[in-house]
Design a protein around this ligand. Structure first.
Ligand SMILES: C[S@@+](CC[C@H](N)C(=O)[O-])C[C@H]1O[C@@H](n2cnc3c(N)ncnc32)[C@H](O)[C@@H]1O
Length: 330
């Protein structure tokens, strides 16, 4: 931050965010699709107030989320695949998830005062509907990254990969595609496993080498494997839960078995990169004990759990997240 302008831009940064999230919440993008519509017509169909709707649409056009021609509005062609409810590039699931997170982020001040999170439990432990919405958001997030991640993680010679907390199965499918001999077991909570298993229909080419195992990683027996992938799971847990989880994973892996932890990692002093220190706040407001971690912390849990020396590997496909890799000692 250099001065007043930077400070002001950050302080009111939520204006643009809130504008986009309201468009998501009223279902504007589904209503527009590939069409061009006036504010009056949109307000009528969306059952919103006409003057307020016109103000929202103009602001969205000002941000470049819509284009305005005469009195009508449309989604710009390059954004259509992203703002479409279906299709491989759809980002609507993740945008809905962000709209949902707005509510807990609004309680950040209270969380900082009390140390308590803003919800009674994590989305994936809630009912089937919330588990579905969360898993769709995770699919949106993973879909465009998974092939690159599968290329960055070397699973040559491994036969059975456990994708722990694998949710929608996008990474499982990408790993199976990349490694023709590999079988993948996705382990996730029952409500998520049900949704994820149905999503395998998107991957008919590798469907027969992926199975789902409904289980709680913290309490249920884990299946066995010679490799495990644990992506974006540890940030929702406190330190003790992660220590215990690593011990459980070590027991599930064969000697020499490899664990790949993928997460938003923090640098040594805990402040950077900003996506990780901000994500730690996301966990503060959404989970009882979650936060982001430093490599030294993860490496020490791995050592205590019986793994050899841990290595940090950077990711070029998703630079906000990196890997920590270690092998179980014999
Ligand atoms: C943030 S999502 C990450 C999904 C996927 N691994 C990825 O990287 O995109 C966390 C996943 O871990 C699962 N998970 C979290 N805690 C779990 C537990 N105790 N047992 C089983 N699954 C769990 C959630 O249901 C969810 O699917």
């Amino acid at each position: 931050m250099q001065g007043r302008d930077d400070l002001m831009r950050t302080s009111r940064g939520y204006w643009a965010s809130r504008t986009l999230l309201t468009a998501v919440e009223i279902g504007l993008f589904e209503e527009l699709g590939g069409r061009r519509r006036t504010a009056a017509n949109l307000a009528e169909n969306l059952r919103t107030e006409p003057r307020a709707t016109a103000l929202l649409l103009d602001a969205l056009a000002g941000l470049g989320v819509l284009v305005k021609t005469g009195r009508s509005y449309a989604i710009p062609t390059p954004l259509r695949p992203l703002l479409s409810p279906r299709g491989p590039e759809s980002a609507l699931g993740m945008l809905r998830h962000h709209a949902h997170l707005w509510h807990t982020w609004s309680g950040l001040t209270e969380s900082v005062r009390t140390g308590r999170h803003q919800r009674s439990d994590s989305s994936f432990r809630r009912g089937p509907e919330e588990a579905r919405a969360f898993t769709e958001a995770m699919r949106d997030g993973a879909r465009r990254l998974a092939p690159g991640v599968a290329a960055e993680v070397d699973l040559r010679g491994r036969r059975r990969l456990l994708d722990l907390g694998g949710g929608p199965g996008e990474y499982a499918a990408a790993f199976a595609r990349r490694n023709p001999e590999l079988k993948v077991v996705v382990v996730d909570l029952p409500n998520v496993a049900e949704v994820g298993e149905a999503m395998l229909a998107d991957h008919p080419d590798v469907r027969d080498r992926i199975s789902y195992h409904a289980a709680d990683l913290d309490t249920d027996p884990l299946p066995v494997g010679d490799a495990a992938f644990l992506s974006h799971v540890i940030h929702a847990n406190g330190e003790d839960t992660n220590r215990a989880l690593f011990r459980r994973i070590a027991r599930a892996l064969e000697p020499g078995g490899m664990l790949v932890v993928r997460d938003f990692l923090l640098d040594e002093d805990g402040t950077t990169p900003p996506p990780s220190s901000l994500f730690a706040l996301n966990m503060l407001v959404n989970t009882p004990e979650g936060r982001c971690y430093r490599v030294v912390e993860i490496a020490s849990w791995l050592r205590q759990a019986g793994f050899g020396r841990a290595k940090r590997l950077e990711s070029t496909v998703s630079p906000d997240a990196a890997y920590v890799v270690a092998e179980r000692k014999a």
